[in-house]
Design a protein around this ligand. Sequence first.
Ligand SMILES: Cc1ncc(COP(=O)(O)O)c(C=O)c1O
Length: 487
Amino acid sequence: MAAPLRIGGPALAALLPDIRTLPGPVYAALARALTALVLDGRVAIETRLPSERDLATALRVSRATVTSAYDQLRADGFLDSRIGSGSFVTVPAGSTPNNVVARWTTRAPAPGDVIDLSCATLPAPPSVIEPAVAAAAGRLPSHLLGDGYDPAGLPALREAVAARFAGRGIPTRADQVLVTNGALHGVDLLLRLVIGPGDRVVTELPSYPGALDAVRAHGGRIVPVPMHPHGGWQVDQLQATLRQTSARLAYLTPDHHNPTGALVGDDDRRTVLRAARRTGTTVVVDESFVDLGFAGSATPAAAIDPGVVTIGSLSKPVWGGLRIGWLRASADLVARLAALRTSIDMCGAVLDQLVATEILADLDAVAAARRADLLPRRDALLAAVTAELPDWRVDVVPQGGLSMWAQLPAPLSTPLALLAGQAGVVLVPGSRFGVDGTLERFVRLPFAQPADRLHEAVRRIAGVWQQLAAGAGTDGVDLASRRLVVA
Ligand SMILES: Cc1ncc(COP(=O)(O)O)c(C=O)c1O
């Protein structure tokens, strides 16, 4: 049997927010914060928690406080204590645990009138997918004569993606393109190939949780560099971090950063890419949101440094359900990734790639329509936050993408998310976008929904925020009645 996962007192304490600043009794705040770590996937199911004494020492609270918090977790179904063995993280009976990198989130128990702000993603645009599927079906018969296995992707789609890069000033041949099942698949494949256990990977802070999880899953050590509070990179810090850590990889999203929506300017790109070249760090630029910019665009990173690995996807400008993305790199790296893929998922589906090839021909028009829809939604969300939550701040007005990053006047993002769920709004706490238990002062607000729904969501959030800010209410969170699903 595998040795149980365990976490020590200091390591667990490092993941927790300052529980003394949270409202209500300290033991209840500790129980809620521990629950949030489990729900966030930051402490995996089956992990053995430290003894009450060790955690009390690490947190500098009384042992009785930890005992009461553990009692609460047990009562809520999040802790299973076995005499002589210790206390193990679990989830309430009836939940559906699934994976190793336990990504848990709360969803409202019943559909009802729930506004889901947990995902920065859009439904499919009207009249785009169906005609593409029909045209693709017409092209399918000629492919049926072959074996259908093409680990690097269908030649026609690779050509179309390469032509798009070339059109943006990045000369690209088809053999420099790997077609993937979405952007995250590209990130994962690259991590598998390039990093080994303990290798450092520089990321922005905050950053896209899926990529952070992927780095962790491959044993990488994340070195987060905070974004500038008013948007974009903190170039000095990024340069210094690259220099000091000799990181193997840097995962960056300058073309509309998730979650802030910032666009990084040309000078900053040049400086950071030069620094990475000097330290031999492979830079991966995730361009998932590149087509969703409201204020123009910047020079693509790969046009500045052809050594940059670029990841793209149809998920954000078109539809996540297509599961089509790509990775642009040297032909040699693409060939190695394609070879690696044959032992993982072999290749993408031919029909899906034919559909994507059709859509790519019209991508500019589809993306323009998306931007025209999104800009007023961004403005509506900003206006609603200003009106309903006057003590919150949005210091970076998103220049693109699908979300904004709001700062709360207190580190209450996790209790806010828990209470918002009860008020019919699914929110992801800011800490999910970080690595060290910080970012509790922030919450990501996607503006992918129509303006009236965004306004309603903010109105509901403002209602629970008033309770929280008044120091009441969090003890009323009924964790036991929640169904948990995998995000
Ligand atoms: C920056 C970033 N990269 C990748 C993804 C996942 O994209 P895909 O659906 O293409 O795998 C997301 C989704 O939210 C994202 O925000």
